[in-house]
Ligand binder design. Sequence first.
Ligand SMILES: [Zn+2]
Length: 187
Amino acid sequence: MFLQRSAVAVARRAAVSPLVRRSLATTAVRRDASPSTPTTHIKTLSEIKTKDDLFGPGAAPGTVPTDLEQSTGLERLEILGKTEGVDIFDMKPLDASRLGTMSNPVLVRSAGEEQHAGCTGVPADSHTVIWLTMSRDRPIERCPECGSVYKMEYVGPTEDHDHHHDHDHHGWVEPKTWADHVKPQYW
Ligand SMILES: [Zn+2]
């Protein structure tokens, strides 16, 4: 009797679980959104033109979907890339074969306003990781442990560049030092 009651409780919880309801709703929206798309064709990386192409065909009724059938968005883009040997998010570690210098810094690509990079020296793991913060306003950083120089290379969208000095709307604010609090007449 106890077992039966708990089984009923589990089934009831599952029936009203927001997770279950959301996945059903998503499936319905997707079917409505692209009625003309043949449901069995899986677009390859070269066929992805807009984010609307980043939907899978879904699984046949009664089967468990694979990632290739059901993944969407950035996850789908990454999976499609991997099937063709393209590393969409460039997950390679930074170049640790040399120390970066001011004239030839180690480049760190970033699509955001700021980027954190962990230095472990040359060769890699020579010192404990030291995190450096670079930004579009201040792209160059130097590791205080080994002296390697890093430079953020911005590769993100450029349309909002006019506003990027408006610090209220982006995360990075240059930290103040004691020198910033000296009265101007003493400069
Ligand atoms: Zn270092």
